[in-house]
Design a protein around this ligand. Structure first.
Ligand SMILES: [Fe+2]
Ligand SMILES: [Fe+2]
Length: 350
């Protein structure tokens, strides 16, 4: 499977030469040498180019005319803004990773037989394909929100259904392991929470049509984080009170940007706005109390907290499922006790 790597600087090519194994048949090119290049077959391209520079964009558009047929077009970008991601997708990316990239993550993205053109019948039960599809759709949705464009709601729903099918076919543990191995940051979180919510719904005997609605709500729940600066969102370690206040705007911001989007259900809007509310009124943004918090949101809140605790982050080891469940048990008064008790079999994988 030939992989073509294009960079705007020799040192970037040198780094990627050390990272990519020979079995991927990598070919390395400087952006300035790409014009007029002919290639017989291209399975994947890796683009490590500063797309903030106008001259690079012109050269890259030229290169993409030649290499745009590649099924996988992975852009490595150092600008960690959502707008930069949107620009990479506009230039033809199928996946955007942050530079410096984890070598394992890049190789996994190039090696997997990823079904980017997922259809419900072809990918059900395939966790890697479902997670790749969902991550790509999330990434595009975040980029759309950050650049003030409409979200592809149907695309997000397809992603949620792929997640639901995978968890119902292959189980939650397989889903959690796949997502934590191949995905990072906010997308990893959303994928984990969606999978956990699905398994929670299944364990409660929720009908499959409702499971899918739950999966859609969970996939969308943190869309407002597209409006939060990435240096706050991805800050390693503890947030200060000011940063915490910025993060806490994500639920109302998500509701604001989605409320006029055609095709968004009231249920998804409610989940986006209220997934940080607690029964005792101590949550945000509206300080809802008790019965005013819908059932689907209560399930989602438990799944969200658990998902955040067991995330795999570069700067800290993931918490065990058992320890994360202990923390849920300590949140008495905030979460619905019978639901937390029912969550035990999801949390502990029983
Ligand atoms: Fe959230
Ligand atoms: Fe969340």
């Amino acid at each position: 499977m030939p992989v073509h790597v294009i960079a705007d600087r020799r040192d970037k090519l040198a780094t990627l030469r050390l990272v990519l194994p020979a079995r991927l048949e990598p070919h390395f090119h400087l952006l300035s040498d790409v014009r007029g290049m002919t290639t017989a077959q291209v399975d994947a391209v890796v683009i490590a180019v500063d797309i903030r520079m106008v001259e690079n964009i012109a050269a890259l558009k030229d290169a993409m005319r030649q290499l745009g047929r590649a099924e996988r077009r992975i852009f490595l970008i150092s600008d960690r803004s959502h707008v930069a991601q949107a620009q990479a997708y506009a230039l033809g990316a199928t996946r955007v990773l942050h530079d410096p990239v984890s070598p394992a993550l890049l190789i996994a993205q190039l090696s997997d037989q990823v079904a980017l053109n997922w259809s419900p019948s072809s990918a059900a039960g395939d966790a890697i394909s479902a997670a790749s599809l969902a991550s790509a759709r999330l990434s595009k949705a975040f980029a759309a929100v950050a650049s003030g464009m409409n979200i592809d709601v149907t695309g997000m729903e397809e992603a949620a259904i792929a997640i639901a099918d995978s968890v119902m076919d292959d189980g939650l543990s397989n889903w959690l392991a796949t997502v934590r191995q191949h995905h990072e940051g906010t997308y990893q979180h959303c994928l984990l929470v969606a999978g956990i919510a699905v398994d929670f719904g299944v364990s409660l005997g929720v009908p499959s049509a409702d499971i899918r609605r739950l999966a859609v709500a969970a996939t969308f729940h943190d869309i407002g984080k597209a409006c939060i600066p990435l240096d706050v969102l991805d800050k390693p370690g503890k947030l200060d009170p000011e940063e915490r206040a910025v993060i806490e705007t994500h639920s109302s911001l998500g509701h604001f940007v989605l409320k006029d989007t055609p095709g968004i259900s009231a249920e998804v809007l409610g989940a986006v706005r209220h997934h940080h509310e607690f029964l005792d009124g101590s949550g945000y943004p509206d300080g809802l109390v008790g019965d005013s918090i819908p059932d689907i949101v209560r399930l989602l809140t438990i799944s969200d907290i658990f998902g955040a605790l067991i995330e795999d982050r570069r700067y800290k080891a993931p918490m065990s499922r058992k320890d994360a469940y202990e923390i849920l048990l300590k949140m008495r008064g905030k979460l619905e006790a019978p639901l937390v008790a029912a969550f035990r079999q999801v949390a502990l994988g029983q």
